[in-house]
Design a protein around this ligand. Structure first.
Ligand code: NAD
Ligand code: LMR
Length: 342
């Protein structure tokens, strides 16, 4: 395990994504669900990355317009569009990184698990194609419920004989982005400096910010801890309610997914200093998947930052104990779905 001292705060998109930077643009990226609410701004941010040589956009509709639009940006990535299942294989050929925001979003009153019936099938079908056409790619799954879609993806990849647990990631970066923002506001800290690890999963109480591990270190009253924790856990619902039926977080999610994708590519590129919280296969707890801070390297997950889970406060330990049953159920639901189908 890497030591906490080595776990530097992750870089924000604005620190890493700059058009025209002198870094080699050499990675091929595919976005599946590229015409959606997340897919469009995410594809724009990926198009801005100096590390990207090719950006393949896939959706079941409306890709041509997004491709034409993005292709006019004078950044190095070459944009190509692929529409519908017959073009999916070509979209995925030889890509290094596949990002999946395909699927339906929540409406007010729904849980992320209410999306399972539709999104489980979408993720399963897309991952089958990834297994067949880009078996060595790093995979970033955004589609909800992440606590189940990542286990589904793992089972599909296993059935295809190409599962590499170090390369399959559930994107939980938005929870960290939110935690950093809310903590900086509450404690009047410089936003860019704040880094709060968020562990567990990506739904309700399974989202557990470790405020005691905030860097730079900050003091919180018990009331502040309760208020911040609940706000971070319900931040997705805050956006769903504000959008009042028009979907869930898209812009902040695109920002968060672009940061995570950039981190994956920087790690592939040999940057020795890349750390992110993410939902991955894990041995940190009794559960087969768990979100925690990991060190990213050329082959995906390089090390788990075990220190984050040591010396938890009583409040945080109670949070871990409380989330285990729900997270276990969501993981098993995904595994059972995949095994019934494959
Ligand atoms: P959206 O409806 O705006 O876009 C979804 C896109 O997926 C659409 O363009 C649609 O055509 C496409 N799509 C549907 N079926 C497809 C298929 N089989 N293949 C390829 N594309 C397909 O939704 P959105 O707001 O972009 O959200 C997408 C997903 O991301 C939702 O499941 C949402 O819950 C999830 N989400 C996750 C996080 C997170 O933190 N991980 C944050 C926000 C949203
Ligand atoms: C989020 O956290 O914003 C996403 O998971 C979308 C949602 O349904 O809340």
């Amino acid at each position: 395990a890497a030591s906490i001292d080595a776990a530097k705060p992750a870089k924000n998109v604005e620190e890493t994504v700059r058009p025209g930077q002198a870094r080699a643009s050499s990675y091929k990226v595919a976005v599946l669900g590229a015409a959606g609410g997340i897919g469009q701004p995410l594809s724009l941010l990926i198009k801005m990355s100096p590390l990207v040589s090719t950006l393949n956009l896939y959706d079941i509709a409306n890709v041509k317009g997004v491709m034409a639009d993005l292709s006019h940006c004078n950044t190095p990535a070459q944009v190509a569009g692929f529409t519908g299942p017959t073009e999916l294989a070509a979209c995925l050929k030889d890509v290094d990184l596949v990002i999946i925001p395909a699927g339906v979003p929540r409406k007010p009153g729904m849980t992320r698990d209410d999306l399972f019936n539709i999104n489980a099938n979408i993720v399963k079908t897309l991952i089958e194609a990834v297994a067949d056409n880009a078996p060595n790619a790093i995979i970033n799954i955004i589609s909800n419920p992440v606590n189940s879609t990542v286990p589904i993806a793992a089972e599909v990849l296993k059935a295809k004989g190409v599962y590499d647990p170090k390369k399959l990631f559930g994107v939980t970066t938005l929870d960290v982005v939110r935690a950093n923002t809310f903590v900086a506001q509450k404690k009047n800290l410089r936003l860019i400096d704040v880094d709060v690890p968020v562990i567990g999963g990506h739904a309700g109480i399974t989202i557990l910010p470790l405020l005691s591990k905030t860097r730079p270190s900050a003091e919180f009253t018990p009331e502040e801890i309760e208020e911040l924790t609940v706000r971070i856990q319900n931040a997705g619902t805050e956006v769903v309610e504000a959008k009042a039926g028009a979907g869930s977080a898209t812009l902040s999610m695109a920002y968060a997914a672009a940061r995570f994708a950039e981190s994956c590519m920087r790690a592939l590129d040999g940057d020795p200093d890349v750390f992110e919280c993410t939902f991955v296969q894990s041995e940190l707890t009794d559960l087969p998947f768990f979100a925690s801070r990991v060190k990213l390297g050329k082959k995906g997950v390089e090390a788990f930052i075990t220190d984050d889970l040591e010396g938890l406060t009583e409040y945080e330990q109670k949070g871990v104990d409380a989330l285990m049953a729900e997270l276990k159920g969501s993981i098993e639901k995904g595994v059972n779905f995949a095994n019934k189908q494959v």
